[in-house]
Design a protein around this ligand. Structure first.
Ligand code: SF4
Length: 461
C-alpha cells in the first residue's frame, strides 16, 4: 500500500495562540476615544469574549455592544440587526461616537457594513445621531494589533477635519500602540513637557483605569477628545509608535496623503536606544530640545544599568508577544546583555525576523549566539522549542505562565494580557522610566530565583 497520501499534515491547528482576536484590539482602541462605545457586528460570544478579556486585565467594567447574530442572521445577513443595534445603543448610551468592528462571522457571510452604514446614515429619522465609524476586523486576517491599528485608521478617516483651508499649527499627533494605561499617562507627560498642543490617540488611560464612581457610568469619562481628532489635520507632524502596520492603511499615512503632514514611525520607546530615537523625532517635530526632566531620567537609567548588569548579563530569555513589543524588548535586552534564546510572535508579518536581527547588534557582535525567531507561532510550539534552550526566565504576558511553570523558570510579566496579577494594566514599559521599571523587574526576578534555589538562604546578593 502506498503511504504517500497518508503522511502527517505539516500543521494541524493553533494550540494556545500567541495572538488575540482582531476586533478585541479594535474595541480597545475605540474605548480610547471620548464618549465612544464599541459595537461588535457579529454574535454575542465575540463581544463576551472581548469583555471578559478586557475586564480581567484592566479590572474595570467594559461595555461592548453587539448586533447579536443568530442562525437566521448568518443566512440572511446582518443589516436589520445592525440598524436595531445602532438605534438601541444610541438610545441607551447616548454616545458621542459609535465604533463598529466586524467579526469573522459577519465578514465570512460577506456583510457589506459600509453600504449598510451609508443607508442608515442617509435615513432622515437617524438625523440626530452620534458619529459612527466602521473598522473591518475579521480575525482570520490579522491579530488584535491589526484590529487596533485598523480602528484608529477608521476613526481618523471619519473624524478628522477635512476643510481644505485648515491652518497649520505646531500641534503634534502622537498615535500610540497597544500599550498600558501607565504608558499612555507617560506619553501625556512627555508631550506636555514640550508645551505644544497635541493629540494622543487612542487614550484609554481614564476609560480603562478611572477612579471609583458614585453611580455606574455607561461610558466612563476620558478618551481622546473628538475635537482633538478633528484638529489632527492642523498638525506639524504625526509620530506613530510601531512599524508593524499596513504601510498604506494607517492613520499617519492617511494624514500625510491627505494633509501633507510628515509621518514618522518609530519602534516602541523601550530601552535607551529606542527612547533616544523617539525623543529625537519629537525634538525635530517641536523644534525644541529634550526637556531636562527626561535627561535626568536617562541618566538614572544608565546608573541602574551599571548597578544591575551583574545580575542579568549573559542570562537567557524567552521573549514573546506582539511584533512591535517583541522587537522593542529585543533591542532593550541587547542593551543589558540578555540573550533572547527565543523571540516569538503570533503575528505572521514578514518583517519580524529582519527587525529582530537589526535590534541585536550587541549580541551578534560580542556573544556570537543565535536567537530562534518564531513568527505565526503558538505557545505549544514555543514550548517544544524552549525545552532544550536552558532559558533563565521568560518575558511576556500571563499567557506564558504554563510554559514557565513547566520549565521551572520565572516569568517577568509585561505586555498584554496579564490576567493573574493585580495591576498588570499599570505596568510602565515606555520611556526611560519604563525601561528602568522593566530592568528592575528582570534583575529582581533573577535574584529571587537564585535566592530561592540557594540552600543557605542568602539575604545579601
Ligand atoms: S469568532 Fe472571530 S471575531 Fe469572534 S471571538 Fe472568535 S476570533 Fe474573535
Amino acid at each position: 500500500m502506498n503511504n504517500e497520501h497518508f503522511s502527517e499534515p505539516a500543521f494541524v491547528s493553533a494550540r494556545n495562540a500567541c495572538k488575540l482576536c482582531s476586533p478585541l484590539g479594535a474595541c480597545f482602541a475605540m474605548h480610547g476615544i471620548e464618549g465612544c462605545i464599541s459595537l461588535i457586528h457579529g454574535s454575542q460570544g465575540c463581544a463576551t469574549y472581548i469583555r471578559r478579556y478586557g475586564i480581567s486585565h484592566f479590572r474595570e467594567p467594559i461595555d461592548i455592544a453587539s448586533s447579536n447574530f443568530v442562525e437566521a442572521t448568518a443566512i440572511f445577513g446582518g443589516r436589520n440587526n445592525l440598524f436595531r443595534a445602532l438605534d438601541n445603543v444610541t438610545q441607551q448610551y447616548q454616545p458621542q461616537v459609535i465604533g463598529i468592528a466586524s467579526t469573522c462571522l459577519s465578514e465570512t457571510i460577506g456583510d457589506d457594513v459600509s453600504m449598510y452604514l451609508r443607508e442608515y446614515l442617509s435615513d432622515a429619522k437617524n438625523g440626530c445621531r452620534p458619529i459612527i465609524f466602521y473598522a473591518s476586523t475579521p480575525s482570520y486576517r490579522g491579530t488584535h494589533i491589526d484590529g487596533f491599528h485598523e480602528a484608529i485608521y477608521a476613526a481618523v478617516c471619519c473624524m478628522v477635519q477635512k476643510n481644505n483651508n485648515v491652518t497649520k499649527t505646531n500641534r503634534i499627533n502622537l498615535i500610540s500602540n497597544f500599550v498600558s494605561v501607565e504608558d499612555i499617562r507617560a506619553l501625556h507627560s512627555i508631550l506636555q513637557s514640550y508645551q505644544v498642543p497635541y493629540t494622543l490617540l487612542p487614550d484609554y488611560s481614564e476609560t480603562f483605569d478611572g477612579g471609583t464612581w458614585e453611580e455606574y457610568q455607561k461610558i466612563p469619562e476620558g478618551g481622546t477628545p473628538v475635537s482633538g481628532i478633528a484638529a489632527m489635520s492642523e498638525a506639524a507632524g504625526t509620530l506613530y509608535l510601531g512599524k508593524a502596520l499596513n504601510p498604506e492603511r494607517n492613520a499617519a499615512y492617511y494624514m500625510s496623503e491627505h494633509f501633507h503632514i510628515p509621518a514618522e514611525y518609530v519602534d516602541l520607546p523601550i530601552g535607551i536606544g529606542n527612547t533616544d530615537r523617539f525623543f529625537d523625532v519629537l525634538n525635530g517635530m517641536t523644534g525644541s530640545p529634550m526637556p531636562d526632566i527626561w535627561t535626568k531620567q536617562r541618566s538614572r537609567l544608565i546608573d541602574a544599568y551599571f548597578d544591575g548588569h551583574k545580575y542579568c548579563a549573559g542570562k537567557r530569555a524567552i521573549l514573546y508577544g506582539d511584533e512591535d513589543f517583541v522587537v522593542a524588548m529585543a533591542s532593550f535586552l541587547d542593551e543589558i546583555g540578555v540573550i533572547p534564546v527565543i523571540a516569538a510572535t503570533g503575528a505572521a508579518g514578514e518583517s519580524f525576523s529582519r527587525r529582530i536581527k537589526e535590534s541585536q547588534k550587541n549580541i551578534q557582535q560580542h556573544l556570537h549566539t543565535e536567537t530562534k525567531i518564531m513568527s505565526d507561532t503558538d505557545f505549544a510550539t514555543i514550548m517544544e522549542s524552549a525545552a532544550e534552550l536552558e532559558a533563565d526566565f521568560a518575558l511576556g504576558s500571563s499567557k506564558g505562565f504554563y510554559l514557565t511553570r513547566q520549565l521551572g523558570i520565572p516569568l517577568v510579566r509585561c505586555g498584554f494580557p496579564i490576567h493573574d496579577r493585580i495591576g498588570g494594566h499599570r505596568i510602565l514599559h515606555l520611556g526611560y522610566n519604563g525601561t528602568l521599571n522593566l530592568f528592575e523587574r528582570i534583575c529582581n526576578a533573577l535574584m529571587e530565583a537564585k535566592q530561592n534555589a540557594a540552600p543557605s538562604g542568602w539575604t545579601y546578593i
